[in-house]
Ligand binder design. Sequence first.
Ligand code: ADP
Length: 291
Amino acid sequence: MTIYNLGSINIDHIYRLDHLPRAGETLASRNYGLGLGGKGANQSVAAARAGSRTVHLGAMSQGDDWVIERLRGAGVDTSGIARMAEVPTGHAIILVDEDGENSIILHGGANHAIERSQLDRTLSTITSDDILLMQNETALQYEAARRAHEAGAKVIYSAAPFSIEALEAVIAQVSIIALNTIEARDLFEKLGEDLPVEGLLITHGAEGAEYRDLRAGKTYRQSAFKVVAVDTTGAGDCFAGWFAAGLDRGEDYPTALRHAAAAAAVQVTRKGAGDAMPERGEVMAFLQAQS
Ligand code: ADP
């Protein structure tokens, strides 16, 4: 069984500054970091490290080979990633001041240039045993969801960045909507809580997470594990990737939730997003140390 992921790939450029620049100001940065990010890449790395066969469907420039190498190193199948000659890899310029306050510029680049032929080719092998992950950071969300839904695959859609128009365009093909507390509040305000999907995966940061099985009318809750968090970037993606991998392995909801919460707890103790996703062995050792 395979997890396909129509997902964004972003390069994070992180600059640490004394203060955030004002209009017209030139500032020297104290420190520079380069990392792998994008909700899609994060979720692919999380699912692959959780042990699932994971095929990333995306696009990036012809340079930036280290990104492909890092995805492959995590065990992600990168054959569905198109390399574009004229379009830059999606990237984020992240400015962080001394108090941890940040300003971010996001350029979607190649994430918005994924082509239909590439999507058809990569998803030509999807079956009802498979899962499609998606987030709201790429082109062709409707086309991918429709293809996967027609094949009988489970479609897990991270409604982030939240857009009601983007969600409404795919909701009829979606099995599970994954969101955080704020996104869930936006969703419930617009569409109510009785939604035409199989389930809702809602994460509540350090408060934990819940899975609402809307067909059975049952809610499963999972507390967050107590850790000292140093960087929570990508925690939701870690959770979503591990939860998907749990369902892919045939785990029940409580087990999938527990493993995802443990993985996210380990992930927030490290700096970075995609690079901070834990291996399966680390997560199992963490769980063992809890009991
Ligand atoms: P997002 O990154 O999408 O905003 P959340 O902040 O809700 O997602 O975090 C996702 C999951 O990561 C949580 O449900 C929890 O399991 C874990 N997590 C996040 N912050 C912490 C924390 N401070 N301590 C332990 N676990 C955390």
